[in-house]
Ligand binder design. Structure first.
Ligand code: HEM
Length: 447
């Protein structure tokens, strides 16, 4: 991008305290919309001493996430919430350490491995769907979470952990909820203070550490590749320095993959069913595509014949991106198209706002999976659609997520249609991920 003379970033003149308080702690989507309404491409505001810069133009986003990515770190606010749990795993590590971690974790996500995970995905999805009944009202977001949690537990920790996989899941879910709560409250009690709540949090982390470190020790002793992510992480060797990961690194990556990997996919699918339940025509088209396969159990090999199922999921990720906000902090002053973003500022990129820009997605509020047909998808401008981020920190699990959702969407559509059980619209709950507030109640119809 060519640089012109330094020009001021348009600022948003709203009264800052109210906005900061309500926006950061209560209504982040409203904050994003209001901040972005002033200037659709780049706008700044201040939060106490710090500058907040919202960037909402694909070319500028490309600079932050790709071209000048090495000048940005994750913001310290983001680290504050999740560091106690995720340590120095992929989501939070920076610079050379991040590059090395990424090389070491990559083998767990190559195509051959994802083929193995696909079997786990169909097995667990089918088990959960088999519990559903004709005419029943269920919270589809709860069911999607059950599916992705079961898949995450099995693909990461393998079968032999048995009951412990459940304990790990429970503790991680509790800690995830704790991190969400931290976003809701304006004043934070440091985790080191011995409040009853903090004691529970620390005890959950200690329990998880004990289980995971013991599993690591057992796997190290046996050195066999059991095919789950944990054993792949243990066997990983860096091509550059030949070294592997320490136990602490394996622990941090396992926690990161587990937490980054299940709630995002589950929320994306929950929003997708919410949209489908309101669009019976689109639901029927999806079912017709799946019906053409007959009643066989859907497998990875069938996915190329189910393009519409994937389009539906991608369009849901456009309207309700689970990672609705990405934040960065420049480690030096950065220039983008003549705008200077000062070292230490909080840079916000919101896939939620970006995906609703009319110039890239005509009639942006309309649910239209045809935007992602093979032909139409090519004309979406680079960085205008960012559910998985971009650049060196792009989601490492994006193929995993797309295959998991593609399979689950087709498997559900093969057996059930659904309509909304309640007439009130479902509200967004923008915490660490963009959740449907109170769940999505649907009435099932067996096909
Ligand atoms: C629909 C589901 C998913 C969505 C929307 C999603 C979204 C994202 C986004 C936007 C980022 C980049 C964050 C940033 O740049 O600040 C990211 C990073 C990451 N995701 Fe995902 N993700 C999904 C599923 C998964 C799955 C299934 C896994 C693992 C099994 C996973 C593991 C990770 C990890 C480890 C990172 C950090 C990568 C790095 O910084 O190098 N994600 N994800």
């Amino acid at each position: 991008m060519t640089t012109t003379a330094v020009r001021p970033i348009p600022s948003n003149p709203d009264p800052i305290w109210m906005r900061a308080y309500r926006g950061i702690f209560w209504d982040r989507i409203k904050l994003l919309k209001r901040t972005g309404s002033r200037d659709p491409n780049i706008v700044s505001t201040t939060l106490g001493e710090r500058e907040l810069v919202l960037i909402n133009r694909p070319e500028y986003i490309h600079e932050v996430l790709v071209e000048q990515a090495d000048k940005f770190h994750k913001s310290k606010e983001f680290k504050f919430y999740v560091k106690p749990l995720l340590g120095n795993g992929l989501l939070l590590s920076e610079g050379e350490e991040h590059k090395r971690n990424r090389r070491l974790v990559a083998p767990a996500f190559i195509h051959r491995r994802i083929r193995d995970y696909a079997e786990v995905m169909t097995e667990y999805t089918s088990r959960i769907i088999s519990e559903w009944k004709d005419g029943e009202v269920i919270d589809i977001s709860r069911e999607m979470m059950r599916i992705t949690l079961a898949i995450a537990g099995k693909t990461l920790f393998g079968s032999e952990v048995g009951g412990e996989a459940d304990e790990i899941k429970q503790k991680l879910t509790f800690l995830n909820r704790y991190a969400d709560e931290q976003l809701r409250i304006p004043i934070h009690v440091p985790l080191s203070w011995p409040t009853p709540r903090n004691n529970r949090v620390r005890s959950a982390i200690a329990t998880l550490d004990a289980i995971i470190y013991r599993m690591i020790a057992e796997r190290r002793a046996s050195t066999t590749d059991t095919g789950d992510l944990l054993s792949i992480l243990l066997l990983a060797r860096d091509e550059d320095d030949g070294g592997g990961m320490t136990d602490k690194q394996v622990r941090d990556e396992a926690m990161t993959i587990f937490l980054a990997g299940h709630e995002t996919t589950s929320n994306g699918m929950s929003w997708m069913w919410y949209l489908l339940a309101q669009h019976p025509d689109i639901q029927s088209r999806l079912q017709a595509e799946v019906r053409a396969l007959g009643s066989k159990r859907i497998a990875l090999e069938d996915l190329p014949r189910l393009p519409y199922a994937l389009q539906v999921f991608k369009e849901a990720l456009r309207l309700y991106p689970p990672a609705y906000i990405l934040t960065r902090t420049p480690t030096e002053d950065v220039f983008i198209d003549g705008y200077r973003i000062k070292k230490g500022a909080i840079v916000m990129i919101s896939p939620y706002l970006l995906h609703r820009k009319e110039e890239n997605f005509p009639e942006p509020e309309k649910f239209d999976p045809d935007r992602f047909s093979a032909e139409n998808e090519k004309s979406i401008p680079r960085q205008a659609y960012l559910p998985f981020g971009a650049g060196p920190r792009v989601c490492i699990g994006n193929q995993f997520a797309l295959i998991e959702a593609h399979l689950a969407t087709a498997m559900v559509a093969q057996q059930f249609s659904m309509e909304l059980a309640d007439s009130e619209p479902v509200e967004m709950e923008p915490l660490i991920t963009l959740r449907p507030k109170g769940g999505v109640r649907v009435r099932l119809k067996h096909l």
